[in-house]
Design a protein around this ligand. Structure first.
Ligand SMILES: [Zn+2]
Length: 182
């Protein structure tokens, strides 16, 4: 959460300086938030309010997502969103990525860390694409022994058992050391 975000009950201003605006309440000499959102101090109207429009970062079209694969289905993968444009997401948001047009046996496995781009919102479902070269798997493990894998052209090879497997790899595969700590 960034420093302008407030959670319910948290003080956002004092009553001597501001009037309680939207999504706030008065509590003695404090103005407190009634909802999660971004604090907005309007000094011309002396109004302190909380803007709930920005309370949850719902990714927009074109946003770059880093997430963890929840389910690996024959024609799509479901991804739990962890980062939107590099910013950590607190809410549980999922996106779907259609993969049936990609000629690979394993696009990504469950628990793989992937980078995808948001392409549409349809009926409340967030759709993403994994097609561009920079998109794809950032971190994965061996399907046979869960060992560490290294990149071999557009496939991965297990350092422990030698199993070679395909993935839709991102150009950034192996560069995101912090992700391997999860
Ligand atoms: Zn292995």
């Amino acid at each position: 959460m960034d420093e302008n975000q407030r959670i319910p009950g948290e003080k956002i201003a004092s009553i001597e300086e501001y009037l309680p605006g939207e999504n706030t309440f008065e509590d003695d000499d404090s103005i407190r938030a009634t909802t999660i959102g971004e604090i907005k101090l309007d000094s011309s109207e002396r109004l302190a309010s909380v803007n709930t429009q920005t309370q949850i970062t719902v990714p927009k079209i074109g946003d770059i997502i880093i997430g963890v694969v929840e389910a690996n289905l024959p024609s799509m993968i479901a991804i739990m969103i962890k980062y939107v444009n590099g910013k950590k997401v607190v809410a549980d948001l999922e996106c779907i990525c259609v993969t049936r047009h990609i000629r690979k046996k394993n696009i990504a496995l469950a628990k793989d860390v992937v980078k995808v781009e948001i392409i549409s919102h349809i009926n409340g479902t967030i759709h993403a694409s994994i097609d561009a070269p920079e998109l794809g798997v950032l971190f994965t493990k061996c399907r046979k022994c869960f060992g560490t894998v290294v990149k071999m052209r557009d496939a991965v090879k297990c350092k422990d058992c030698g199993w070679i497997d395909d993935r839709k790899l991102s150009l950034d595969f192996g560069k995101s050391e912090f992700l391997t700590q999860n």
